[in-house]
Design a protein around this ligand. Structure first.
Ligand SMILES: Cc1ncc(C[n+]2csc(CCOP(=O)(O)OP(=O)(O)O)c2C)c(N)n1
Length: 267
């Protein structure tokens, strides 16, 4: 059995190390809020094989909030797609691992993202293709609550309900912030998705049990598409980053790195 809790800790430590060692600002708060969701998704839900990333029957994961890429890269390392050495090239010249995902299936990256609001329509297209071929595969699209202010999200949400794309699962990292402050829509997120005809599951996005149950339900759903609204804390795990949007995009200095490590019980 996979130790998901242990993996979450490893992923957070990798995220801080990579953010510090790149020597530049990176999107940190919205990457830290993703960790438990990503660990449960890759550890328990997704059909995937790091040894064979092109496996035809795999599920597809799309990080629509592409700026959360550090949360994605540490997941790819934790699940064997990329090495520690590769991760250490983050945001350096010539690296495959830049500030947003660039499609590279060898590395487990299924789509290029960064311009918010595009992942759900991309995922819906793939899901409808799978449906037409009567495949049992699923598409999981990971969005931010700020990203849900993009009108294009709702164009695809509407079409997904109309086409009964039950093989499409959206996950909203509902941390209550966007880049420039609090996000006014996060408290009525569930109602909006419901109004668009989706099955809505609301969970604590840091509870491994609640995430497992909801994502398992979403995986087995029929009829309508499902959205898991995961209520999270931006900057989760590091006290001075939690709920502090200065850490949306910022640089980890040596002093900050040492403070963060000491909070995590690393000398
Ligand atoms: C189309 C588009 N507009 C603006 C941006 C700049 N931008 C980057 S992150 C961000 C905020 C996104 O908020 P949210 O989705 O809630 O992300 P989180 O708070 O989880 O990091 C914005 C507006 C972008 N990447 N794409």
């Amino acid at each position: 059995m996979i130790d998901i809790e242990g993996l979450c800790r490893e992923m957070r430590l990798d995220l801080l190390k990579t953010g510090y060692e790149c020597g530049q600002s990176a999107h940190l708060g919205g990457a830290l809020s993703m960790i438990e969701i990503m660990a449960v998704l890759f550890g328990k839900i997704l059909k995937h094989d790091a040894g064979n990333p092109h496996w035809y029957d795999r599920d597809i994961f799309i990080l629509s909030k592409g700026h959360g890429v550090l949360g994605y890269f540490v997941t790819l390392k934790a699940f064997g797609y990329i090495s520690e050495e590769k991760l250490s090239t983050f945001q350096s010249n010539g690296s495959d691992l830049i500030a947003h995902p660039v499609k590279n299936i060898d590395l487990g990256i299924e789509s290029s993202n960064g311009s918010l609001g595009q992942g759900l329509s991309f995922g819906l297209g793939i899901a409808l293709g799978m449906k037409k071929r009567q495949q049992s595969r699923k598409v999981y699209v990971f969005l931010g609550d700020g990203e849900c202010n993009e009108g294009s999200v709702w164009e695809s949400a509407s079409l997904a309900a109309e086409t009964s794309a039950s093989n499409l699962v959206a996950i909203v990292d509902n941390n209550g912030f966007r880049n420039d402050g609090p996000n006014g829509t996060s408290d009525r997120m569930a109602k909006v998705w419901e109004a668009f005809g989706w099955r809505v599951l609301v969970v604590d996005g840091h509870s491994l049990d609640q995430l497992s149950t909801a994502l398992e339900t979403a995986k087995n759903a029929t009829g309508a598409p499902t959205v898991v609204i995961a209520n999270t804390t931006k900057g989760k795990g590091i006290s001075f980053m939690e709920g502090n949007n200065d850490w949306h995009h910022n640089r980890i200095t040596q002093k900050i790195y040492e403070q963060a490590l000491s909070e995590m019980g690393v000398a």
